[in-house]
Design a protein around this ligand. Structure first.
Ligand SMILES: [Zn+2]
Length: 279
């Protein structure tokens, strides 16, 4: 090792030591500043107080739903969104709870943010001077601390839905997969709920209309139509079995009233049922 090398190494070593000492001092100052800000900042104290008033639900960021098809045929025919709605409806209680928690979190988070943003710094140049922290450093530290302790609510829950079919020996696997954010799957869920409600309502309506079909009404329709099929004219004497038909089907809002009823033979009625929704 020659002299030049020794000098060079000494210089590098000295620089490194100086740098380390310098960094240490800076870090020490930084820690001291932070401690002062933590103690003195009314903004930090106010944010801590605010945090005590809020309590957000803990929401898992992601959920998984899987539907395993029993055959390739079922997989091919599977209605992806229909299946998703079906599975969600099966777990209605769970998803109702989840939706409620996310929506409460969203409302609370909005309120929290409003109050958080309203909290102002109250430190003055004079304060900073007394506490021996440069004013701009105080403000910076204060902002950083507040940002760090600011509460963050879980406001989304991504639902991953997978429809899968694996052939018996596991040779082939077919899959369709899609992710839905909270607002998307909530939409599907609400639509499915509404569809189920409509279906129940429709069934009730059909039952109501059926109950209105009394023997009296039936006889009055037959007599008005002269006991003849209103399409082919057949009568009981021709061996026809006469039935009372809703001209506008109950499924389309047709009522059980004379004006919407007609006599049809069984054959013609079957023919009509094929053209319209059966009622
Ligand atoms: Zn007929």
């Amino acid at each position: 090792m020659n002299t030049t090398e020794i000098i060079l190494i000494s210089v590098i070593l000295s620089c490194a030591i100086l740098l380390a000492v310098g960094l240490g001092i800076l870090l020490g100052i930084d820690t001291r500043y932070r401690k002062i800000v933590q103690e003195k900042s009314t903004k930090v104290i106010a944010v801590k107080e605010l945090n005590k008033q809020f309590n957000f639900y803990r929401i898992e960021p992601k959920g998984h739903l899987i539907y395993k098809c029993k055959s390739k045929r079922e997989f091919d025919k599977c209605n992806f969104y229909g299946k998703l709605c079906e599975i969600i409806l099966e777990r209605e209680v769970y998803f109702n709870g989840l939706i409620e928690e996310i929506e409460k979190n969203r409302d609370a988070a909005k309120e929290y943010l409003n109050q958080y943003n309203a909290i102002q710094s109250t430190v003055t140049y004079e304060d900073a001077k007394i506490w021996k922290v440069p004013y701009s450093r105080f403000i910076m530290k204060e902002e950083a601390i507040c940002e760090k302790i600011k509460m963050k609510a879980d406001t989304d829950h991504v639902l991953e839905f997978l429809v899968i079919y694996t052939s018996p020996k596991g040779v082939n696997t077919y899959r369709v997969q899609k992710s839905f954010c909270f607002d998307e799957w909530k939409n599907y869920y609400e639509e499915a709920l509404q569809a189920r409600k409509n279906k129940t309502e429709y069934q009730r309506q059909v039952q109501r209309e059926r109950a209105l079909m009394t023997d009296d009404l039936r006889y009055n329709v037959l007599r008005r139509d002269k006991f003849r099929c209103q399409i082919c004219g057949a009568t009981a004497k021709d061996g026809a079995e006469l039935e009372i038909d809703h001209i506008i089907p109950v499924s389309k809002g047709g009522k059980t009233v004379m004006g919407n009823l007609q006599t049809l033979c069984k054959r013609c009625n079957r023919g009509k049922s094929n053209k319209y929704d059966p009622d």
